[in-house]
Design a protein around this ligand. Sequence first.
Ligand code: PLP
Length: 343
Amino acid sequence: MIDLRSDTVTRPTPGMRKAMAEAEVGDDVYHDDPTVNRLEERVADLLGREAAVFVPTGTMANQISLRHHTEPGDTVIVARGAHLAHHELNAGAALSGVAIHELDGDDGTFTAAQLEAVFPTPGPSLPYWLSPPVGLVALENTHNAAGGTIWPLERLYEVVNAAHRRGVPAHLDGARLWNAAAATGIAEADYAAPFDTVGVCFSKGLGAPIGSAVVGDRDVVDAIRRLKQRHGGGMRQAGIVAAGALYALDHHRARLVEDHARARRFAEALAELPDVDVDLARVQTNIVYFAVPDAPVFAARARAEGVDLIAMDATTIRAVFHLEISDRDTERAIDVVRRVATS
Ligand SMILES: Cc1ncc(COP(=O)(O)O)c(C=O)c1O
């Protein structure tokens, strides 16, 4: 099976398994695990920030950051389709008592002017206490649901600066920040610099089995470390999995551009097919969304021919390229979707 459902389906490579098996470990709840400590220093360094805390999942990275920044009753501003809004089971409401407000912008981004428009101008007829307080602005880079799209750096800084001018903190869901950096050549640290907190994942395109991190200033990361513990994220000999993440940072970052090239090749082939609609401008990294008349039937037929795709809704299909997908797999996948689309 050529599994294009997600870049999370990858299994640890033999080299990664060896690094994990040989990891030096300790009790990370006491901050005594040398491999976790090494990973946290490495990630803080890569993102140009003071400190990092290793957490089990991207969802926890987002949710404990959100919990840190907000009060119950706050609004969190995100771009339409954000993972935080749609794929974390309303955790923001359940765990932090916040409401999520999605802004409609371009390709998973929005402008500072759009953000400004969320804040009403208070006056005698509209006192400030009648407007819901905005507690956080959370961007996603790359933006999964928009197609793995990349925030233009200038727009990202404008939005974060606009939030900060209002006294509102900013969080980055950087589950695939590595893909943005690989695609543009802009360092992860440059994308991360303006944010109060940044979450990154090792378990997506980088191919580690488990693990994410939150980075930021030391005092913020210290507070988030306590929230990790409170939410049940304290892990003991976590160096076993941290070693997989370190291995992924060393060996799998540079190769992300190969996934991007395969995603583009696949998308360009799709664009030639009848009754298949793909927006090539949105294929910027490793994710391809395309529309067909009946997505569940299309996906079932592709699966029967050995290509696993996700039908996201009645007409939308997603294909994600990752380290287990070769050029040959890509060509085979193209053959299969071509047959499904034309027969
Ligand atoms: C953009 C984005 N953020 C966060 C997450 C959550 O990561 P996890 O599955 O590790 O909780 C995902 C998962 O796919 C994601 O795509």
